[in-house]
Design a protein around this ligand. Structure first.
Ligand code: FEO
Ligand code: CA
Ligand code: CA
Ligand code: CA
Length: 638
């Protein structure tokens, strides 16, 4: 979602005061071929001051090539000439032979549990079949991040929240979670769901799940409904995620705080913990009808959310597992990669203003081709949080009980408690408070990773630092992590600013695009990203309307002389952000999740910002997955 309105308790660590110019100069003096808004065209190249040279930039990934689309505010999608877009699946579409027809005027939990959910976010794709060199069949794993209550449900806006009923809240909960759906390509190239495929599954706020790993069973996870602290009903607010090397689907629980209402009992021991996570956020009315969403009656229930959930998409009867070893925070995503020594590394952002970037390194090693051996790899390993130093070093600091400040003296009784309060542990370690870390994606071809920092309008001049160098940052930046010798498990890495986003024609913006970037090629508020099969970076946005044009997808050069060049590829309809960009391994399809179409200022079910994709007055806008393809069947962007 575009913004988070709860009052975040700003990290207590005071940042060293530095002006924007100071920190920008530091970065430019280290390796500065980037043009600033103030001095477009100035290109300088300098060596690395710290002796930790990055891998050569040899232009290993070819530049992208397509006819850029225009910046615009419009009520439908746009893509380059020579391309086409299939509507693959959207909110309310059938997944099963017995799915009821979508009836937006009579939404029920029972119907929604058999249909594709709301507000599609993460897209994972597990390839099942190729034919004639083309990927023709696979499993799409889709998160349904949240419900825009007054846009989704008819008749509730006029008297909200009094208009909400237990039945409508249940329908909302059923629209959260995820969908697993097999899709196939027809002869003419179109992608469509296989209704009734044996893998198809809806995961909702009521799907039974298991808590595993170091925090499982901890007293702080126990509730009246679950005295074991190991059994949870459902997952919600699943933003981005990941597909593991062994083919499981990771769903990252993000703004879980919004599910809760109520008041903690006076002097309750969870008070400061809940405050650090913004609990209760009060975004939904669920707590009026269900005790578990009221912190007054179930004060520990919030501790059972904010985890990464692992799902076996091949077995719809399997129990999803909340992997507590990965820590509890507002997980944006969980993209993984196998390091040279076989350990698996997951990069994770905590999407809140002034929160942190993490990585998790498994203790065990990945065994190719042996799903059983890899099944519980995510239960044991080390969680690290990042400190971004001005000299270009990233220090990854372990959240390990008994080390540094993570001891009983600071209220941590076990590794489980360090993980339940991962944010407080990271505060004590002195992690760098970032400008809302969203997707973090490793590039297997270069040994680097890219962090989308979406924006942070609350950062003040005396809070800027090298990695977050702008106050009142409404447009965000992209940071590149360079892992030494491609070793993703490294605890000391390097970082570079790939781009400070924003309008390069505005001298006050501080934007640092490559001067080759066109009038369409720049953007604001990077959110999700994808690496295509040729190793090229693509970025989708959530908040670009602040710059006067809809959200969309841009390609982003990372190599050679073109580094820092953006190009406009796809534009979403009014009110929508674009999530989950995902390429098929042949590069022929780019899947994109169009989330919250029509959710413009003041939009309601009765008066949405657009009626994309149906443009039918009886149909509300429907969050949907599109497949972008070249009409000649070639690879996207080539
Ligand atoms: Fe759900 Fe961080 O966007
Ligand atoms: Ca978003
Ligand atoms: Ca996001
Ligand atoms: Ca991604």
């Amino acid at each position: 979602m575009i913004d988070q309105s709860e009052n975040h308790s700003v990290n207590p660590r005071t940042e060293t005061a530095a002006t924007f110019r100071d920190v920008l100069d530091q970065r430019l003096s280290r390796r500065g071929f980037l043009a600033t808004g103030a001095a477009a065209g100035a290109v300088t190249v300098s060596g690395c001051a710290d002796g930790l040279s990055p891998p050569e930039q040899g232009g290993s990934a070819p530049s992208v090539s397509f006819a850029e689309i225009e910046r615009a505010v419009s009520d439908t999608i746009a893509y380059p000439e020579g391309y086409t877009a299939d509507l693959v699946i959207g909110w309310g579409d059938a997944l099963f032979p017995d799915s009821p027809a979508f009836d937006p005027m009579n939404q029920t939990a029972a119907a929604q549990e058999r249909q594709f959910g709301y507000n599609n976010d993460y897209l994972g794709f597990i390839e099942l079949e190729r034919s004639g060199g083309r990927v023709t069949r696979g499993i799409l794993c889709v998160n349904h991040e949240y419900t825009s209550t007054q846009l989704m449900l008819p008749g509730v806006a006029a008297d909200y929240p009094n208009s909400m009923t237990a039945e409508l809240c249940a329908a909302e909960q059923a629209a959260h979670g995820g969908s697993i759906v097999e899709i196939e390509r027809s002869e003419d190239g179109h992608w469509a769901p296989v209704i009734g495929s044996p893998v198809n599954r809806r995961i909702t706020a009521r799907t039974p799940m298991e808590l595993t790993g170091p925090a499982a069973g901890h007293a702080r996870l126990q509730t009246n409904a679950d005295p074991t602290g190991r059994r949870v009903l459902g997952t919600m607010n699943n933003c981005a995620g990941g597909i593991t090397p062994w083919g499981t689907y990771l769903m990252a629980e993000e703004n879980f705080n919004g599910n809760f209402l109520g008041e903690l009992p006076e002097g309750h021991p969870e008070a400061s913990n809940h405050a650090r996570y913004g609990v209760p956020g009060g975004w939904y009315q669920w707590g009026r009808f269900e005790d578990r969403f009221n912190v007054g009656t179930e004060p520990r229930e919030p501790n059972r959310y904010g985890w990464v959930v692992e799902v076996d998409p091949m077995d719809p009867t399997s129990t999803p597992k909340k992997r507590t070893a990965l820590g509890r925070f507002k997980h944006e995503g969980a993209e993984s990669i196998v390091a040279p020594d076989g350990r698996v590394v997951l990069y994770m952002g905590d999407d809140q203003r002034f929160d942190y970037v993490y990585k998790f390194v498994t203790a065990g090693r990945y065994t190719p081709g042996d799903r059983a051996a890899n099944r519980d790899l995510l239960d044991d390993g080390t969680l690290y949080v990042a400190r971004f130093d001005a000299d270009g070093t990233v220090e990854w600091m372990p959240l390990t009980f008994g080390t540094g400040p993570l001891t009983e003296a600071n209220g941590f009784g076990s590794q489980g408690e360090v993980l339940i309060e991962a944010r407080r542990a990271a505060d004590l370690l002195g992690a760098t408070p970032m400008d809302r870390p969203e997707d973090v994606e490793p590039n297997p071809q270069t040994g680097r990773a890219y962090i989308m920092l979406t924006n942070n309008t609350r950062r003040t001049e005396d809070q800027v630092d090298a990695a977050n160098p702008r106050a009142n940052n409404g447009v965000g930046q992209i940071i590149e992590i360079i892992e030494p010798d491609g070793d993703f498990t490294a605890t000391r890495s390097r970082w570079e600013m790939l781009v400070l986003c924003g309008d390069p024609s505005d001298a006050t913006s501080g934007a640092t695009w490559n001067p080759a970037t066109s009038e369409q090629g720049w953007f604001g508020s990077p959110d999700n990203c994808a690496i295509d099969p040729e190793g090229r970076l693509w970025v989708s946005t959530d908040g670009n309307p602040r710059t006067g044009s809809n959200d969309g997808i841009w390609s982003m050069e990372t190599e050679g002389e073109g580094r820092g060049t953006g190009r406009a590829f796809f534009r979403a309809p009014a009110g929508a952000e674009v999530c989950g960009p995902r390429f098929t391994s042949d590069g022929s399809t780019l899947f994109a999740a169009v989330q919250h179409p029509g959710d413009t200022d003041g939009a309601t079910f009765e008066n949405p910002g657009t009626r994309w994709p149906d443009f039918n007055d009886t149909m509300p806008p429907r969050p949907s997955v599109v497949a972008l393809r070249r009409t000649d069947g070639g690879a996207v962007g080539s």
